[in-house]
Design a protein. Structure first.
Length: 246
């Protein structure tokens, strides 16, 4: 039975991903700060392991990986889902900027650094990083910066690990119906992202954009950046408060 770590598992995309994986026979290691929510989720998932974790804390990340490895002696998958957004403006408070950098970028780096040696020894494993369409089209200040960086990091790690048996995939959601998007209607649910994550764990690929309709916007922004500048001028996306899936 494969063992997969899912960060940000207490709500939204992380919770739905954990439910989907556990329902298909995976032992999910649930990581997030809110222990009560993790325990409630684990009660419904066969074999789930709860490890309350603040991904901003390097020591907590080490404990998480040690606990996951102790289940069967292997770590078959890592889903770097924990993430937070915040004010879109470059004038955002320094505290908000630092939080996004710690959770959206430093945490995935540290988690990959912790699991890769284990996966190398196994000569197998799959890493899925949850990016964002905002990591392709710059519209959300520091949040976009962290997701642009995560995209580059994912490509780099994939190339570094080529031939080791470790797959590295970037899943880039657009707007999804989660707590942070309550002000938007008609959005697809987190199930669409969870399905993409499961596919990437089973058969790694470079990048998956969900829903697929966002691919056109990404291509247009890359090929016609001046047009994107005009379209998004003065319309940076985001909320003033920090929201996230820790």
């Amino acid at each position: 039975m494969p063992v997969v770590i899912v960060t940000g598992a207490s709500s939204g995309i992380g919770r739905t991903t954990a439910e989907r994986l556990a329902g298909n026979g995976t032992t999910v290691v649930l990581a997030a700060r809110r222990a009560d929510k993790l325990e409630a989720l684990a009660a419904r998932l066969p074999g789930a392991v709860v490890v309350p974790t603040d991904v901003r804390d390097p020591a907590a990340i080490e404990r998480l990986v040690e606990r996951a490895a102790a289940v069967t002696g292997r770590i078959d998958g890592l889903v770097n889902n924990a993430g937070i957004g915040g004010a879109a403006s470059i004038l955002a408070a320094d505290e908000a900027v630092e939080a996004m950098l710690q959770v959206n970028l430093l945490a995935p780096i540290r988690l990959m650094r912790a699991v890769v040696p284990i996966m190398r020894t196994q000569r197998a494993g799959a890493i899925v990083n949850i990016g964002s369409v905002a990591g392709e089209v710059g519209i959300s200040g520091t949040y976009s910066a962290t997701k642009f960086a995560l995209r580059g990091l994912t490509d780099s790690v994939r190339r570094e690990l080529a031939g080791t048996g470790i797959g590295v995939t970037l899943v880039e959601p657009g707007y999804i119906a989660t707590a942070g998007n309550n002000h938007r209607s008609g959005l697809p649910g987190p199930e669409i992202v969870a399905a993409a994550v499961e596919k990437a764990l089973n058969r790694p690929r470079r990048r998956m954009v969900v829903p697929v309709k966002y691919r056109a916007a990404i291509v247009a922004a890359h090929l016609l950046p001046a047009l994107a500048d005009r379209i998004y001028a003065g319309k940076a996306a985001g909320k003033d408060e920090i929201k996230g899936r820790l």
